[in-house]
Design a protein around this ligand. Structure first.
Ligand code: MLT
Ligand code: ZN
Length: 448
């Protein structure tokens, strides 16, 4: 690779201030926030327009160096940190917030807008953005599109895929696709925008997104519910789903509640060892949903509602990942199975740990209604790779997936074909080959 030619070419496209070669300036882009993935990049390039992105791709193509797009760098599977000497393409300068279309309940925003900025922008006119999770202040819209982010409100409003009406994106050859028109009905062929949702920066660089907005439910009520077991928690779902104000159903197994409270230095709202699973139910509506939630809790047999403030519950919930990260480098997996198989999944994981890494610590939490568990194993030692295989293969065998919302990144490429089968992966590979024959975009991610 001709480093000088690369840097000079990129400077001509974006200006010298936006090509970072100094190691101190590059360093925060070269490592993920949980310090699991780290590698050098020859430079960080920070374009501001789609035309500049096209210019960056042209220069990188000419020099023969890959490009790793990065948004808020909150990913958990190594999909947006540099590797193989690739240029780091930071999308954080795409911060345009379009005017909210109140008639259509839509907005167009730049890929570098954070989820929190988008929520605030929508709330300024009485609307809201549907997808929400703990990293909202750093995670960007572009990253969320690329991973098909989910978070806590999927039970009511769906994942990122359901919010995207269309995208503007630069293809590897520098051409631009633009589906920002916002038409809710458009059957003129397959949607290229939706092909890009979940493609993890391997097919195109998303520069702007047209999104649906949802009503802003200002009245809320939440409760933490202690259940004997995970099975008992799952058994609440049929009736929970009947609640018109149901907004989130999160689950924390006792260790997760304990580590988050300890990290925050707060007393747990209930003794974590007093139950088998804790479910955080959040309701939101235009009028106070407290009665609807209270009626549910009063009529549900065998559960105990814990008195706690909603803010406190969300603080605890949002700190589980941070608390785990402070304890070490976990084996971190994001799997989903049909809800009826959740208990079998957790039992298989526990038994695998007992057999192969008895000293390891298992911390499980996630999104109950989607059967999506974040399985974290601390101190797995040499058994890490074996446990990873065991957990991912168990999820597949139980009819689930190896990634529910974090993506494949570099962490799970070896399991993609085992999940989807060879025909599916061959079709994905053919699409990649057609759109990016040089393999410029996010090399090493998603496809084995
Ligand atoms: C969450 O639900 O908090 C996130 O997906 C982060 C994680 O899995 O650690
Ligand atoms: Zn999650």
């Amino acid at each position: 690779m001709d480093h000088d030619r690369l840097v000079q070419g990129l400077r001509e496209v974006v200006g010298k201030d936006h090509v970072l070669t100094d190691p101190d300036l590059r360093s925060s882009y070269e490592i993920d926030w949980l310090r699991q993935y780290i590698d050098d990049t020859p430079c960080v390039v920070r374009p501001h327009t789609a035309a500049e992105v096209a210019g960056v791709l042209r220069v990188c193509g000419e020099v023969g160096v890959g490009v790793v797009p990065q948004g808020g760098n909150t990913g958990l599977v190594g999909g947006s940190t540099p590797r193989r000497g690739a240029v780091l393409l930071s999308m954080r300068r795409f911060t345009d917030l379009g005017q909210v279309d109140r008639e259509a309940h839509q907005v167009t925003v730049g890929a570098g807008v954070t989820i929190e900025q988008l929520q605030q922008h929508a709330r300024a006119v009485g609307l809201d953005f549907a997808v929400d999770w703990g990293a909202r202040s750093s995670a960007t819209v572009g990253g969320a599109v690329n991973t098909d982010a989910g978070g806590s409100r999927v039970v009511r409003l769906g994942t990122m895929r359901q919010q995207v009406l269309g995208v503007q994106a630069v293809l590897a050859d520098g051409s631009l696709i633009d589906e920002l028109g916002g038409l809710p009905k458009n059957t003129a062929g397959p949607s290229l925008s939706h092909l890009l949702v979940g493609s993890e920066g391997t097919l195109a660089v998303v520069t702007a997104v047209r999104l649906r907005l949802v009503p802003w439910f200002r009245e809320t009520a939440a409760s933490l519910v202690a259940c004997d077991s995970l099975m008992h928690a799952v058994a609440m779902l049929p009736r929970l789903r009947q609640l018109s104000s149901l907004d989130a159903v999160e689950v924390l197994l006792p260790e997760a509640l304990q580590v988050a409270c300890k990290h925050l230095g707060v007393a747990p709202p209930i003794d974590p060892s007093s139950a088998g699973a804790f479910v955080m139910i959040d309701c939101a509506a235009h009028t106070d949903p407290g009665d609807e939630l209270a009626d549910f809790l009063a009529s549900e047999q065998g559960v105990m509602a814990v008195g706690a403030q909603r803010e406190q519950l969300f603080l605890i919930r949002d700190h589980v990942t941070i608390a785990i990260g402070a304890l070490g480098k976990p084996l971190k997996l994001d799997v989903a199975v049909p809800v009826m198989n959740l208990d079998r999944l957790v039992r298989a994981v526990r038994s695998g740990i007992r057999e192969h890494a008895p000293g390891a610590r298992l911390i499980v939490f996630g999104h109950l209604a989607e059967g999506n568990l974040h399985v974290n194993v601390l101190d797995a030692g040499d058994a890490g790779p074996l446990l990873k295989d065991l957990i991912l293969m168990t999820a597949i065998e139980l009819g689930g997936t190896i990634s529910a919302e974090h993506g494949i990144g570099v962490a799970k490429v070896d399991w993609l074909e085992r999940l989807h089968g060879p025909a599916h992966v061959a079709a994905l590979r053919a699409i990649k080959q057609a759109l990016d024959p040089q393999g410029l975009l996010n090399p090493g991610v998603l496809l084995p």
